[in-house]
Ligand binder design. Structure first.
Ligand SMILES: [Fe+2]
Length: 135
C-alpha cells in the first residue's frame, strides 16, 4: 500500500503543477517502499537523493510561475520552500552519514508536510494564476 495517494483534494487546478505533485508523491512512495523492504543504505540513499533533487526542481518551477505572474504572496511562499529544502538536506546528510535512519515518523513528516503545504499554501495561488490564464 502506498504511503500517500494523490487525489482531487490536492489539485491546485494547474495541470503542470498537479503532475509535479504526483511525481513527488511517487518518489516518496518509492522511498517508503524501499525503507519497508529493508533495502540497503545505498539503494534507499539513491531514492532519498532523488526526492531531495526533485523537491528543488519542483519548488523552482512553482516559484518561477508565481514570480513571472506577479503573485503577491510569492515571498512568503518561497521562504516556506527554503525551510523545507533545509529540512530535507539535513535529513539526507544525517542518513548518508549514518547518524540517523529513515523511520515511519520521517515518512509521516514528509507526507504531512506535502499535503499540508499543497492544501494550505499552494492552493492559494491556484485561483490567482487561473485568473492570469495559467491552467
Ligand atoms: Fe509550494
Amino acid at each position: 500500500m502506498p504511503l500517500i495517494e494523490w487525489n482531487e483534494k490536492l489539485s491546485v487546478n494547474i495541470r503542470a503543477i498537479d503532475d509535479q505533485h504526483k511525481k513527488w508523491i511517487n518518489i516518496l512512495n518509492e522511498l517508503h517502499g524501499a525503507m519497508k523492504a529493508g533495502k540497503g543504505r545505498d539503494a534507499v540513499g539513491n531514492v532519498l537523493d532523488e526526492l531531495v533533487e526533485y523537491t528543488k526542481v519542483h519548488f523552482a518551477s512553482e516559484e518561477k510561475l508565481m514570480k513571472s505572474n506577479g503573485y503577491p504572496l510569492f515571498a512568503g511562499h518561497k521562504k516556506l520552500h527554503e525551510d523545507m529544502v533545509k529540512e530535507v538536506e539535513i535529513l539526507r546528510s544525517r542518513y548518508s552519514s549514518g547518524a540517523a535512519g529513515l523511520t515511519i515518523e520521517v515518512m509521516q513528516f514528509l507526507k504531512n508536510w506535502l499535503s499540508e503545504h499543497i492544501i494550505g499554501t499552494d492552493k492559494n495561488y491556484g485561483p490567482y494564476l487561473n485568473g492570469k490564464g495559467v491552467h
